[in-house]
Design a protein around this ligand. Structure first.
Ligand SMILES: [Zn+2]
Length: 83
């Protein structure tokens, strides 16, 4: 599993934060306006990414162990009123 989060910055830039090359100590930075995500927010995003990776890991496991349908979830998309 190599989770990536798509981040939409208020400056209009969209960029990706990868779980594997990133670290909890270095929150993602917008390549355009250089804004850096708040550390507590990054921890929260990190946990969400880990959770989704874990979900997919279990789908694969249950598929091989119990023949459960192999329905992976590569992405969750959220819209807000501000979009
Ligand atoms: Zn930005």
């Amino acid at each position: 599993m190599n989770p990536k989060a798509t981040i939409s910055c208020s400056c209009g830039c969209m960029f990706q934060a990868a779980f594997q090359n990133g670290s909890l100590d270095t929150p993602p930075q917008c390549p355009q306006c250089k804004a850096i995500m708040d550390k507590t927010s990054w921890k929260s995003l990190w946990d969400s990414m880990a959770s989704l990776a874990d979900f997919n890991y279990h789908i694969l496991k249950w598929n091989s162990e119990r023949n459960e349908p192999r329905m992976l979830v590569p992405a969750i998309t959220v819209s807000t009123l501000g979009d």
